[in-house]
Write a protein that binds this ligand. Structure first.
Ligand SMILES: Nc1ncnc2c1ncn2[C@@H]1O[C@H](COP(=O)(O)OP(=O)(O)OP(=O)(O)O)[C@@H](O)[C@H]1O
Ligand SMILES: O=P(O)(O)OC[C@H]1O[C@](O)(CO)[C@@H](O)[C@@H]1O
Ligand SMILES: [Mg+2]
Length: 567
């Protein structure tokens, strides 16, 4: 398990701001913003109430203490008798009562880990989103926002991780950690809704990197997925156009590109990534393997890289987390920011991964072709195998979207082939009743029936057996059927992202840059309840996200296919 990190970011951030105000070094950006809003200067921003040394391990985060109970550290507060008394700003009670408590999901900031000689000072952000911002006409002069009102998000903004408050532990999908006694009664009442707050993603008024000194690297690991190029383009354009960063390197073919001989970086710029979104694949390549963390960090140090954007799935995020911890151990000023990418959609907490929608859409062509074949043959059976090593999201969603599918099999649900409740008997019934059958298999389904190649691939993933041909052979052995098999595996991920995914990628890429510029590290970007957030990587890789066999989406699928349980 990962080491714990000190820090509630708000505590550090507010304390720093309050102190810098007293020292006469208050943030220019903040002061300008306050002046424009007609507010008094920042000296009266009250010091935070959580001790900044509070160690918070994601796995052991306190869950039951109330925010109010924690937000009363009297040692940090001042009183009217105190010469440094700072009246609370008018909005604090109203807006920030919920911030900084045990229900916050903190992210590591460079302030917590950096041990270099040059002081780590914030500086005003050049990022601006208003038409009133001067346009960079290419002269190289730094851009300065002229209207700071409502350009930046507050460091204290939060987004609820889970938006559902369950009325009963019996409610569908209610998450209830209660252990039960012998009579099945919960021993303690931990089913009650307890909010957790994510840090809202977005541009900050203060950044911790001077753009001309930034050397950003982008690496993409694992398999391909529609939208990778969109993310790369979004990261590059935000760095260059939004912040004025000049040096951006594409690390080629995954983590190994950092340190393997003969693999050169690909310099990236707005120009070289323009119109990239119209292409599938990844301009910097992708790859499994090469996750040698000390070698990666040696390379980061020797190349003077101080921001690393890591695009990838669970495995890649585990690697990114390890890289960020190694950088922290060495006290480096390096922000490591993950951008979740996996066509399997098996990442926890976030609404969905980019490229998933495109893959589901692309899979329609294969299912439609299988349906046409099956319906046009005597006793026609169309079988389609789709990606999904441990999770069946693509198979489930593609089947549901298509509507023609009679049977959908996923890794999460073992199925019997034989017997009255088995798949074979059900397909026979389908042929008798409607003359055809359309079946979608996730590649990880039914692994108990097939011999895998054994061992693991370069990324450490088990090599699966090929369920598709085995399944078709079994059907042909058991019945007189005209079986047509379609395996569009790589076709669903080799395409360009659809418009929805492209926009999603633009949001993720841009927020990844904001997170790095703001000085966060060991974070990933995701949409949570439709809002972009920074989450500590550890929370995303606690386990893989799987289709919930009791969940409403699988219920919908069962209603659509009419398939039984198969066991
Ligand atoms: N704990 C770890 N430390 C360092 N590197 C790791 C770790 N776990 C995985 N990696 C590296 O992450 C890379 C990608 O992992 P993996 O092959 O599992 O793909 P993924 O990120 O899950 O993406 P996909 O969903 O496309 O499979 C691998 O190259 C592997 O070397
Ligand atoms: O053949 P590759 O490139 O290893 O990728 C295949 C795998 O990648 C994934 O799409 C994502 O992990 C799996 O569903 C699939 O097994
Ligand atoms: Mg994976």
């Amino acid at each position: 398990m990962a080491t714990t990190h000190a820090v509630a970011p708000r505590a550090v951030s507010l304390t720093t701001r309050a102190r810098s105000g007293r020292d006469g070094r208050s943030s220019r950006a903040t002061e300008i913003a306050r002046a424009r809003r007609g507010r008094p200067p920042a000296e009266n921003v009250r010091a935070a109430t959580i001790p900044s040394s509070l160690p918070i391990a994601p796995s052991s985060r306190p869950r039951s203490t109330t925010v109010a109970a924690v937000a009363t550290d009297s040692s940090a507060a001042s009183s009217p008798e105190d010469s440094s008394f700072e009246p609370k700003p008018w909005w604090e009670e109203k807006y920030t009562w919920r911030i900084g408590g045990p229900n916050d999901i903190p992210c590591v900031h460079l302030k917590d880990v950096y041990r270099g000689e040059t002081p780590l000072e914030p500086q005003p952000s050049p990022f601006c989103t208003r038409s009133s911002c001067p346009v960079d006409l290419g002269g190289g002069a730094p851009r300065t926002p002229v209207n700071l009102n409502r350009v930046f998000v507050s460091e204290l903004d939060r987004v609820l991780l889970k938006s559902m408050a369950f009325g009963s532990p019996d409610s569908l999908s209610a998450e209830c950690d209660a252990t039960c006694d012998d009579d099945g009664e919960p021993v303690c009442d931990v089913c009650a809704f307890e909010p957790e707050f994510c840090i809202r993603a977005g541009p900050r008024a203060e950044i911790y990197f001077d753009p001309p000194t930034v050397h950003a690297a982008i690496v993409n690991c694992g398999g391909l997925c529609p939208g990778i190029n969109d993310v790369i383009r979004s990261v590059v354009t935000t760095l260059e156009v939004g912040y004025g960063v000049q040096k951006i390197s594409g690390i080629r073919f995954g983590f190994g590109g950092f340190w393997k001989d003969g693999v050169e970086n690909l310099p990236l710029s707005r120009k070289s990534t323009s119109a990239l979104q119209q292409q599938g694949g990844s301009i910097i390549g992708c790859g499994r393997g090469g996750g040698d963390v000390p070698k990666i960090v040696d390379s980061i140090e020797s190349q003077g890289i101080n921001m690393v954007f890591v695009i990838g799935g669970n495995g890649t995020h585990a690697g990114a987390n390890a890289v960020s911890k190694e950088c922290a151990k060495r006290g480096l000023k390096v922000s490591v920011v993950g951008i979740p990418k996996t066509i399997d959609n098996d990442i926890l907490h976030i609404d969905k991964t980019f490229g998933f929608d495109t893959a589901v859409e692309e899979a329609q062509k294969a299912i439609q072709a299988a349906a046409v074949e099956a319906k046009s043959a005597l006793n026609g059976v169309g079988v389609v195998k789709l990606m999904g090593r441990q999770s069946g999201f693509i198979a489930l969603h593609a089947s549901l979207a298509n509507g023609n599918v009679d049977v959908c099999l996923i890794p999460e649900l073992p199925f019997a082939m034989e017997g009255p409740t088995g798949v074979v008997a059900h397909v026979k019934r389908l042929l008798d009743n409607q003359g055809h059958a359309i079946i979608v298999l996730a590649e990880g389904a039914g692994q108990e029936y097939v011999q895998g190649a054994g061992g693991v691939d370069a990324g450490g993933n088990p090599k699966l057996g090929d369920i598709g041909p085995w399944f078709c052979k079994r059907l042909k052995q058991e019945m007189s059927a005209d079986v047509k098999y379609i395996d569009p595996t790589y076709m669903v991920r080799g395409c360009a992202a659809n418009a929805h995914d492209s926009i999603y990628c633009a949001i993720l890429g841009q927020n990844a840059v904001h997170g790095a510029m703001a000085g966060y590290t060991g974070i990933s970007i995701g949409m949570v309840n439709t809002h972009a957030v920074f989450l500590p990587i550890e929370r995303l890789i606690e386990k893989e996200r799987l289709v919930d066999p009791d969940g409403r989406m699988w219920q919908r699928l069962l209603t659509s296919t009419g398939q039984p349980d198969f066991y």
